[in-house]
Design a protein around this ligand. Sequence first.
Ligand code: ATP
Length: 214
Amino acid sequence: MSELHALFGGTFDPIHFGHLRPVEALAQQTGLQRVTLLPNNVPPHRPQPEATAAQRVAMLRCAIRDLPLFDVDTRELQRDTPSWTVTTLESWRAERGATQPLGFIIGQDSLLSLAKWHRWQDLLSLCHLLVCQRPGYATRFDTPAMQHWLDRHVTRDIRQLHEQPAGHIWLADTPLYDISATEIRRRRHQNQPCGDLLPASVIDYIDREGLYRD
Ligand code: ATP
């Protein structure tokens, strides 16, 4: 069986240490060797990211230049439709087959809102969910049905992530980073420093492009 591989979707407007550091810790904990960043397409009727798709990809490439754990896949940007994770996972499976152990990484905030995702009940037939902690978000669902769903699928056995293609939820014990892209954009617009929130290579790119300025 092939190695566990994980996908990590986001708007990444811009990518920051709240994305990178918990995922690096998750990878160390679970023996995950490869994480593919998947920048989302934001459909025209939704609030647009401030950076263009090309700029968001360029920032990802700056951020991971010295991080061999990561690569980037732009398939969601090549469509005009919303980025439905389930569709992306199906296209991944169509290319790579049904047996590769595959994770999809989300933060705790995304786990809590999972029931709003398109065809969320199909996700665990396509991947494992690997969940990073995020400060400020509850550790339990507030609806018993969702908590029951979580309890049924959570595993504490790393081998299940490596030996089975999909079907489990791993609640990773990751360091807390109280960082959001929204806060970074706000700071930039107010001329406040954000050097501790994202890689210097990404800040250099943002400066060069004049991003997140009024
Ligand atoms: P925005 O502030 O623009 O909404 P964001 O910082 O939340 O953006 P996204 O690109 O929307 O970043 O997030 C992509 C994924 O990364 C989501 O699964 C989200 O839960 C996770 N994530 C983002 N920031 C953190 C963080 N500080 N800690 C843990 N997970 C995070």
